[in-house]
Ligand binder design. Structure first.
Ligand code: SF4
Length: 385
């Protein structure tokens, strides 16, 4: 008989999806659209309803809230105030961190002050590059001067600021992009390789990313940021001490979170005895559920995403896939407690194989990917499936 898993029934994290953008970037494959008359009003009304429903359905005590998109900062002041009001009224702000994704072209001193007054304390700014030619290639609506001003304004207004960078862009001056962001006073940098997703404008145009550029971006970003006091605490994320994204850590640590808004994904606790939740005697049963909301028009019409039950095996492989992205790796004893599976015993073979290949390190109960393992992480995790 397998042990009963110990999962926290309280949900402590909330993601809110705001799907509107001023224009669509040629590499973007998120659920985004440009606004049309009446659309934002309908979105805000539905969001308020959904927030009330989530508050009724779950035990919610939020540590973190993340307003992402899309471009939440593209909402007009009254609209963002209404959205913040719905979150605050039904679910409350996070006690630890409340992040707003910000497009540089939407920042002013007055708006930054309003965002702080609404209860937001961290800004994740889509800088992408501080080079005008690179920004133009990426189809961004802002230039380098606007990006610099936006970051400085947010830092001066008291936000903890993270800057997003895209790497592996042809002819990108990566060193000055990184140095420029650090000099502006950000405490956190997310650096993602440009990827060409099917169905995007870049895919239609046949844009490609060279593996050499990708590897150079991967290695050079770490070299420069480590020398400037940042820690690479996740494959693509760097932070000064105490500046890690507490919200994103919840994803990488396999915690539950609510998803609010069209296209938002959520990971929800399953209650003992409900829908097979925590019925573990034969290794089956559901620990949590995942659900992705439908896109805007269906969501407005009342459609809900299908819930997918996560059993112990999937819970563990998801946790491995996400947790090995972290420099700290995974505590296998904790994962065994939370999943009700003896993770070390079940996965002895893939653990030993990948340790002997130099892709993983096992130190006591802690399993971590090596730098070589990070580079081929999909392959490493596939070995556990
Ligand atoms: S601003 Fe961000 S979310 Fe909006 S289209 Fe561009 S990449 Fe996509």
């Amino acid at each position: 008989m397998s042990p009963v898993p110990i999962l926290d029934p309280t949900v402590r994290h909330l993601y809110v999806h705001v799907p509107f953008c001023p224009s669509i970037c040629p590499y973007c494959d998120f659920h985004v659209l440009t606004r049309k008359a009446g659309m934002v009003e309908a979105y805000l009304a539905k969001l308020d309803e959904e927030a009330a429903r989530l508050a009724d359905a779950y035990d919610v005590q939020l540590d973190t809230v993340y307003l992402g998109g899309g471009t939440p900062s593209f909402l007009r002041d009254a609209e963002l105030s209404a959205l913040a009001g719905s979150v605050r009224r039904h679910l409350g702000w996070g006690r630890v961190e409340n992040t707003l994704e910000v497009n540089p072209g939407t920042v002013s001193v007055e708006r930054a002050a309003l965002w702080r007054d609404l209860g937001l304390d961290r800004a994740s700014v889509g800088v992408q590059s501080l080079d005008d030619a690179t920004l133009k290639f990426l189809g961004r609506q802002h230039d380098a001067r606007q990006a610099r001003e936006a970051v400085s304004t947010l830092v001066d207004t008291g936000f903890r600021v993270s800057g997003d960078l895209i790497t592996a862009v042809p002819r990108q001056p990566l060193d000055s992009d990184i140095d420029g962001l650090v000099e502006l006073g950000v405490g956190h940098i997310s650096a993602y390789t440009l990827t060409i997703e099917p169905g995007t404008e870049f895919a239609r145009r046949g844009v490609t990313v060279e593996e050499d550029d990708e590897r150079r971006g991967f290695e050079r970003t770490e070299e420069l940021l480590t020398a400037r006091g940042f820690t690479r605490y996740e494959i693509s994320n760097y932070a000064l001490v105490g500046q890690e994204s507490r919200h994103n850590l919840s994803y990488w640590q396999g915690r539950t979170y609510l998803g609010l808004g069209p296209g938002a994904a959520g990971h929800y606790p399953a209650s003992p005895g409900v829908d097979g939740g925590w019925v573990m005697e034969d290794g089956t049963g559901i620990l949590t559920t995942r659900r992705t909301n439908p896109h805007l028009h269906e969501w407005l019409a009342g459609a809900v995403g299908e819930a997918e039950g996560i059993d112990a095996h999937e819970f563990v492989t998801d946790a491995l896939f996400m947790g090995l992205r972290l420099k700290a790796g995974i505590d296998l004893a904790d994962l065994s407690r939370r999943s009700g599976r003896d993770v070390r015993a079940v996965y002895t073979a893939p653990i030993e194989r990948n340790v002997s290949r130099g892709l993983l390190v096992l130190d006591g109960d802690r399993l971590q990917a090596t730098p070589a393992g990070w580079w081929v992480l999909n392959q490493v995790v596939a070995d556990f499936l």
